[in-house]
Design a protein around this ligand. Structure first.
Ligand code: GLC
Length: 568
């Protein structure tokens, strides 16, 4: 737990210490008991869209392996690969039909083993995506469960009688639209699915399910996986009495009544299973990342576990919901995170949400804003998880018509809900046809900005977003204060510039972020952060006119970032 002190109106959080690893394992940690993942930069790969090695229009594992050099040079230390297990691909892999194999579309187990081995050679760890809430309706467990009411696997899923003819057991709705219950005429019962009907929910109250799923995790740990990102953890348990959720005003994007999902989300039992998964992870020294959507920091804190015995890395997804770039909003949020203890895990984009480049861009300063926001979340205390293409400023590219939509929620919810294709377009490797992703028609069209925003073009441009990301990641590697230092917020009343210091022993790194569209003068007074009139050296700036000196006041260009270090 961290200790929070209020010093002269500034929030100062001391470095967190962590419960030692279970079972007396000897693990490499630094003085603050930090493990590899505390200082690593993670990178999410959506395998369908990363690199297509066999030119079938869909990315694959060998494609990822071929890009390890690029990722290593970028400074990435861990790859989270979204599901690449056998799947009918209704939800593009989040409908798993075999937890212990690789979908032929992505390659073979031998390709996976090669990826792990090659990653090791590039000092990169592999994290897989584990989907515990549901399987595919084509998984052999579900086919067996569905076969009869007396099947030994019947209770592996949630089957119930309807309330009456044509009436589902209760009012729960699927987050992907419509009732969360599907009737099975052959056995005369409904099964529950929080996501698509093709993704029936597993019954985690059945110990056989728990055992089978924990064993599936062990299968991958034994193959060299360094951890898992756990999908949709808050939906694992449902109220056994199936009480109706209270109604809320209005309807959702699919036209169904809004409800307060108190009986099928975030049930306390979720924490029991997080602890069970953590025990298994500890057997292998592995790390667990959570897809933890929360409304506030206090809710997020719960996923670390009361004794730090649940997830090491519950994702803070809250910043992805900030619609605007605003110094007070980000300062307040980071202040709350720092005050709560725990090791933060920051995310600004992923495969389910509008890309940060588009979300935060104003249409004029998009590249500047992309650099600014990178300087914010990559310089904070904690572990960042990047999303592929974020480092080159990939934009969202939504389908233009319903016929073009691949993501089923987009087809069902069109035009209010366009689905998630826009944030899943192919990685932009070059300005060649199909952005160098494939030689055939890709499964989704490339985003229009590939001609200017791609790896080859940006590598050659010293001012590119890509080169700025590389320098930021170099700084994280080279500056101990950026890895270990305390977070000290500065100028708490400034409406435009979010500034903070990362302080370690006698050294400080200042990060100043002009989050406004006009030039700003920032006062630099680090006394309250423990430095009296220090000399400072500029480490990095995104200004078009470079800043070379830092005095007691700095002029900052609109949407620009400055990083400077105290000099003894
Ligand atoms: C998570 C995934 C999302 C998927 C859903 C169902 O939210 O990130 O892509 O559709 O779970 O598995």
């Amino acid at each position: 737990m961290s200790k929070t002190l209020i010093v002269a109106g500034l929030l100062v959080t001391s470095m967190s210490t962590f419960t030692p690893i279970a079972r007396g394992q000897v693990k490499p940690t630094d003085v603050a008991h930090h493990e590899w993942w505390h200082h690593a930069v993670f990178y999410e790969v959506y395998p369908r869209s990363f690199a297509d090695s066999n030119n079938d229009g869909v990315g694959d594992l060998n494609g990822i392996t071929s890009k390890l050099g690029y990722l290593q040079h970028l400074g990435v230390k861990a790859l989270w690969i979204t599901p690449c297990f056998p799947s009918p691909q209704v939800d593009f892999g989040y409908d798993v039909s075999d937890y212990e194999s690789i979908d032929p579309m992505y390659g073979t187990l031998a390709d996976f083993d090669r990826l792990v081995a090659q990653s090791k050679a590039h000092d990169i760890k592999i994290i897989l995506d584990f989907v515990p809430n549901h399987t595919s309706d084509q998984h052999k467990w579900f086919l067996e469960s569905k076969s009869s009411r007396t099947s030994p696997k019947r209770d592996w899923y949630i089957w119930r009688d309807g309330k009456g003819p044509n009436q589902p057991p209760n009012n729960w709705t699927s987050t992907f639209g419509g009732s969360a219950w599907k009737y099975d005429p052959a056995t005369g019962q409904y099964y529950y699915h929080y996501f698509y009907a093709e993704q029936p929910d597993l019954n985690w109250r059945n110990p056989e399910v728990v055992k089978a799923m924990l064993d599936a995790m062990r299968f991958w740990y034994k193959r060299g996986v360094a951890g898992f990102r756990l999908d949709a953890v808050d939906t694992l348990y449902e109220d056994p009495n199936l009480k109706d959720n209270p109604l809320l005003p209005g309807t959702d994007k699919f036209g169904f009544p809004n409800t307060n999902e108190i009986y099928n989300k975030k049930l306390p039992e979720v924490h029991d299973i997080m602890r069970a998964m953590r025990k298994v992870a500890d057997e292998y020294g592995a790390v667990l990342i959570g897809e933890t959507w929360t409304q506030n920091v206090a809710q997020l804190r719960e996923y670390y576990g009361a004794r730090n015995d649940e997830l090491q890395m519950p994702m803070d997804l809250m910043m992805t919901e900030f619609k605007q770039v605003s110094a007070p909003a980000f300062r307040d949020h980071i202040g709350a995170v720092e005050g709560a203890g725990g090791w933060p895990v920051f995310v600004i984009s992923n495969h389910d949400i509008v890309r940060s480049y588009t979300r935060w861009g104003d249409g004029v300063h998009n590249d500047d804003i992309a650099k600014l926001m990178a300087a914010m979340y990559l310089m904070l205390r904690g572990t960042p998880i990047m999303y592929y293409g974020e480092e080159i400023g990939m934009e969202n590219s939504d389908p233009k018509s319903k016929d073009d939509v691949r993501d089923p929620i987009g087809r069902r919810g069109w035009p209010l809900e366009k689905g998630r294709d826009g944030e899943r377009t192919p990685m932009q490797w070059s300005d060649a046809k199909n952005a160098g992703f494939t030689e055939v028609t890709p499964w989704l069209p490339v985003a229009p900005n590939y001609r200017t925003h791609n790896v080859v073009t940006e590598t050659a441009d010293p001012q590119s977003i890509l080169n700025f990301y590389r320098r930021l990641l170099d700084l994280r590697r080279d500056e101990p204060a950026l890895r270990e230092g305390q977070y000290v917020a500065l100028n708490p009343q400034d409406p435009n510039v979010f500034a903070f210091v990362r302080r370690l022993k006698g050294e400080g790194v200042l990060v100043a972020l002009n989050m406004s569209g006009s030039s700003q003068t920032v006062k630099v007074d680090l006394k309250a952060a423990g430095f009296s009139q220090p000399k400072m050296r500029v480490l990095l700036t995104s200004s078009h006119t470079p800043i070379t000196k830092v005095s007691t006041e700095i002029e900052m260009e609109p949407y620009s970032a400055l990083i400077a270090k105290t000099v003894k």
